[in-house]
Design a protein around this ligand. Structure first.
Ligand SMILES: Cc1cc2nc3c(=O)[nH]c(=O)nc-3n(C[C@H](O)[C@H](O)[C@H](O)COP(=O)(O)O)c2cc1C
Length: 370
């Protein structure tokens, strides 16, 4: 399998990604601290912010600023906008360009009522000609050096899927300068139910390939399509690329407890056994601590305590194969950041059980040395 990093073309110049693996925008799971943490584990080519309200950004809403906040260690960064008004979206895109965005994305797949009621998210798949006008307005507003992308689903419903709406939308966006299209392999009506339909993603990949030339990483090649949905382990990335012909893969929920999935999948694309680059138990604990400390640095102690208590179950899933009840309980009942640090340290200092030692031996070359 040929693993290629991605090139996103803008009207002038292009943006190179270090891998073809993208950290998905997931509301509540892609704040700055998590993006830097996932990047530090390796293999992330592009990370994306949560949905951003252009009005919130322009009016200076603190919540929007928190979601859009970025950092030198958070590059390249894609800022994702939602909405249905061309001028407001264009203003939002300009704000993103002025505040560090490497790439701007328009959300065309969110099924949530709050977003669709404002004619944003998935609603943009329902009136394709209008969406083209919106896209053109945003493209015009952005500096030529910044690629504009879109993230969509397989249409609003089954009828739209059968009528070829996803292909028509993707191809039309590419004709209007889209630098990349991400496709989540479900319709809006499906929300998150059922399985991701790779045949639908394949249809979009083929249509975009026919229209723009197949993406091959060269300046003459076409627009890359990214497959998204239900990636749980590194081998799923290979399966998604094989079944759909997509140029890269976006991973969301599969990275919640396992931010190393990107480097493992990147290694696998290069023919290396993911076990060889899997983290040791110590690295897993260091990562939780670093994430927690970054939340304090970028937000506040209060925020960090709230989030770590909520997420320790997910984060603990790969610690000792999820058997780390003491760690989870200690973090959940922690009252201060010092308590969280102490809980992690206590777990680290306890005698590892045999399964954990074996896992570490199989992944840590130093431990395997005679
Ligand atoms: C809780 C939750 C929040 C999400 N928030 C966003 C979002 O803000 N923007 C977006 O484009 N997609 C959002 N998504 C969709 C994901 O980016 C992704 O397309 C979907 O989860 C399928 O990928 P996965 O199976 O790898 O998670 C969200 C999904 C979930 C479950």
């Amino acid at each position: 399998m040929l693993a290629a990093a991605l090139q996103l073309r803008a009207p002038s110049g292009s943006v190179s990604l270090g891998s073809n693996l993208l950290l998905a925008p997931i509301a509540g799971w892609c704040e700055l601290a998590w993006r830097i943490t996932a990047r530090s584990c390796g293999g992330v080519g592009l990370a994306c912010t949560d949905l951003l309200s252009p009005t919130g950004l322009i009016c200076g809403s603190e919540a929007s600023y928190d979601l859009a906040r970025t950092h030198d260690l958070d590059q390249p960064i894609c800022m994702q906008l939602y909405g249905g008004d061309p001028e407001t979206l264009a203003d939002g895109a300009r704000w993103c360009a002025d505040h560090g965005a490497t790439v701007v994305d328009i959300n065309m797949g969110c099924p949530v009522d709050k977003v669709c009621k404002k004619d944003g998210g998935s609603k943009l798949m329902c009136d394709v000609p209008n969406t083209f006008r919106i896209f053109e307005a945003v493209r015009r507003a952005l500096p030529d050096s910044i690629p504009l992308t879109a993230k969509m689903r397989l249409g609003w419903d089954e009828a739209a899927y059968e009528q070829g709406v996803p292909e028509a939308l993707a191809v039309g966006l590419c004709e209007r300068g889209a630098a990349l299209i991400t496709v989540h392999g479900r319709t809006t009506e499906q929300r998150f139910k059922g399985q991701c339909r790779r045949e639908g993603i394949r249809r979009v990949v083929d249509a975009v390939g026919e229209s723009t030339g197949r993406y091959d990483g060269t300046p003459a090649g076409g627009v890359p399509v990214i497959g998204n949905g239900d990636i749980k382990q590194p081998s799923d990335v290979i399966g998604m690329m094989r079944d759909t012909g997509c140029a890269g893969v976006m991973i969301g929920r599969g990275s919640f407890g396992n931010p190393w999935i990107f480097r493992e999948a990147w290694a696998l694309q290069h023919g290396t056994d993911p076990a060889e680059v899997a983290p040791t138990q110590d690295e897993r604990l260091d990562t939780i601590k670093a994430y927690f400390d970054r939340m304090i640095e970028f937000r506040s102690e209060h925020h960090a305590m709230h989030v770590i208590r909520q997420k320790i179950s997910w984060l603990g899933k790969t610690i000792n194969a999820g058997h780390c009840r003491q760690l989870k309980d200690d973090v959940r009942t922690a009252k201060t950041p010092a308590d969280v640090h102490a809980a992690i340290q206590r777990w680290r200092a306890r005698r590892p059980d045999r399964a954990e030692q074996a896992a570490d031996r199989s992944t840590d070359p130093a431990a395997a040395a005679p």
